[in-house]
Design a protein around this ligand. Structure first.
Ligand code: TPP
Length: 574
């Protein structure tokens, strides 16, 4: 159906078009390029015209991170707009994260006026010359699926629809649109749009039946089959589907540096994690491995499957085509939507499986599950009696407070071995590209999409610094998005320190006990920062204080105040 809407400028038409295409939030960090957008939003407000809700976000990195979190929770993209090339540059790390995570973001930026005089919107400040790039999109081009510049109002609908189509087609990812000031300012009395849009993109990718049959046979007949997954839980339907497959074949599941909740931790086929510092023993014992949506299923330099282990890869893009180098063996490729392929694979496993073998494998895995999870539980509990706080103890205390309406956004410190997750969508972790600072803004985006939920951001002290924390605290208060932020404050960049130790085990740093470029001391009173934004802040230094402090902080959040706990802790407490 064609819908004609009265407008005054192209900027106005653009925003109404975004709303029509399902954009509810416009996360903005503006400059002189925003002039016509500011005016259009003022009109929408005055005349009560439905439009995306504009939110001021004081740093571009936070705006994009919020759009990332918004999509994780809502399953729909948000729009971000930043100021020309300089704003794009500030946003770029967060765009790398969204790209590697397959998260669609409608990313846009102004473009300095093209004309030096003569048109409405033409250059009238020094910045308009100096902020011009030869190719503004170039700095993001590797990380977006499509980039374009809106050249005339005539192409407005085509450009916006092309952007949506490519952003939402699988595998998803951010797009980038630049918007010159004169184009946005161009008068436009009306716009006629096709509404709803006829650019549908949703279409399940079904697998090759022959490969499903082959994989089903292999998994059913294996001695020690294993499933490795990192991100299958991005699609909530894939969680029960994976449980069904694991149960049908008595197949153990290991999460490989998971970025989602993929498989319930308490399920007796959950055999833990493959992660840095804790490679999973099941990996070396397996004779058939099914890798589902995992870019780095194992680290070949540390531990890898035996040479005769058969490897199956399942995912929408099982080859991670945008990674320059990646050399995991693949004997059976299955390029498909995991949620669509898993039930078919389950049927194939059932057809080939022998009930006694399945029961035997299930029993063996369940015994191993109990052994491993009990040891992790005991390790966390043992930290309760230490004089300093341990990471595992904080994770355990946090786990006890997670209810059905809690979402945790984790930027590294929360070790899943000590905090069980059982609900799809209850846990999100940093994309493996690791552009630090992702977690805080992403947690804000989750809260924006689900204001009724309790959102907890677990961050290292390093990650907190990188997150543009002043902007994040500002956003919580200005836009009423209170979070609980838990800083695991080890007063250093442990990752950098342990990399030096790992590569030079007998080197100068170990021998002298000096680790230049890794200390974050003197550590600030992070708990006081949140008070500048009317929040609740506490510093925690002993294991006994952790649980009560978490409870007080959560109570503050549930009353609508942001809260921050600065927990002084170490991975190995004394
Ligand atoms: C933007 C960016 N800069 C630098 C790094 C390298 N880096 C990886 S982890 C890390 C330390 C993070 O510190 P913290 O969050 O306190 O965690 P810890 O390593 O102490 O566990 C650094 C600097 C990165 N991943 N991203």
């Amino acid at each position: 159906m064609i819908r004609t809407v009265k407008t005054e400028t192209t900027a106005e038409a653009y925003l109404l078009l975004l709303k029509d295409r399902g954009i509810d939030y416009f996360l903005g960090n503006g400059g002189t390029d925003f002039a016509s957008l500011v005016d259009a939003f003022a009109k929408f407000e005055a005349e009560k015209i439905p439009a995306p809700r504009p939110l001021v976000i004081p740093h571009e990195f936070v705006a994009v991170s919020m759009a990332h979190g918004y999509y994780l929770e809502a399953g729909r993209p948000a729009a971000v707009m930043v100021h020309v090339n300089v704003g794009t540059s500030n946003a770029s790390t967060a765009i790398i994260s969204a790209s590697r995570a397959g998260v669609p973001i409608f990313m846009s930026a102004g473009r300095t006026p093209v004309t030096e005089e003569g048109l409405p919107g033409a250059r009238d400040l020094h910045i308009h010359w100096a902020q011009e790039s030869f190719d503004q999109a170039a700095m993001l081009r590797e990380w977006v699926k499509w980039d374009y510049e809106l050249r005339t109002p005539v192409q407005l609908e085509s450009v916006v629809d092309r952007a949506f189509e490519l952003m939402m087609a699988e595998p998803r990812g951010p797009i980038y649109l630049s918007l010159p000031r004169e184009v946005l300012a161009t008068p436009l009395p009306a716009i006629a749009i096709t509404s709803p849009s006829r650019r549908q993109t949703t279409s399940e990718h079904f697998p090759d039946p022959a490969r499903i049959e082959e994989a089903g046979r292999l998994l059913a007949r294996a001695r020690s089959p294993l499933i490795l997954t990192c991100a299958s839980g991005r699609d909530h339907r894939a969680v029960p589907a994976l449980v069904a497959l694991a149960e049908a074949g008595g197949i153990a599941v290991v999460e490989a540096d998971p970025t989602y909740m993929n498989f319930p931790s308490r399920h007796d086929l959950h055999l833990g994690f493959n992660q840095s510092g804790a490679t999973n023993p099941s990996l070396a014992e397996a004779d058939v491995i099914l890798v589902i949506d995992a870019d780095v299923p194992w680290y070949p330099s540390r531990v890898k499957p035996s040479a005769d282990c058969t490897i199956i890869h399942l995912g929408i893009d099982p080859f991670f085509a945008r990674y320059p180098m990646r050399s995991y063996p693949c004997d059976v490729p299955i390029a498909a939507t995991p949620a669509a392929a898993l039930p078919l694979l389950t049927d194939a496993v059932r057809r080939h499986a022998d009930a006694a073998t399945v029961a035997d494998r299930h029993q063996r895995a369940a015994a191993e599950h109990r052994k491993r999870w009990q040891a992790w539980e005991a390790a966390a509990t043992a930290q309760a009696s230490k004089s300093t706080v341990g990471f595992a103890w904080v994770a355990k205390c946090l786990e006890e407070l997670i209810d059905d309406d809690t979402v945790v956004v984790n930027e590294y410190p929360l070790d899943r071995r000590h905090a069980a997750f059982t609900r799809p969508g209850s846990y999100f972790a940093a994309p493996h590209s690791s552009g630090l600072g992702w977690g805080f803004g992403t947690a804000l985006g989750v809260k924006l999409a689900a204001p009724g939920k309790t959102v907890i951001a677990t961050l290292g002290d390093g990650a907190y610094f990188f997150a543009e924390p002043m902007s994040c605290h500002f956003v919580q208060r200005a836009h009423d998005l209170p979070l609980l932020t838990v800083i695991f404050n080890n007063q250093r960049w442990e990752a950098v320190r342990s990399a030096a130790l790992g590569l030079h085990p007998d080197g100068w740093a170990r021998r002298t006990g000096q680790f230049p470029l890794t200390a974050l001391t003197p550590s600030p009173r992070f708990e006081d920062v949140v008070k500048a934004f009317d929040g609740h802040g506490e510093r925690v230094e002993t294991p006994a204080e952790v649980g009560p402090a978490l409870k007080r902080a959560l109570a503050a959040v549930r009353e609508g105040r942001q809260a921050l706990l600065n927990i002084l802790c170490q991975r190995a407490p004394e």
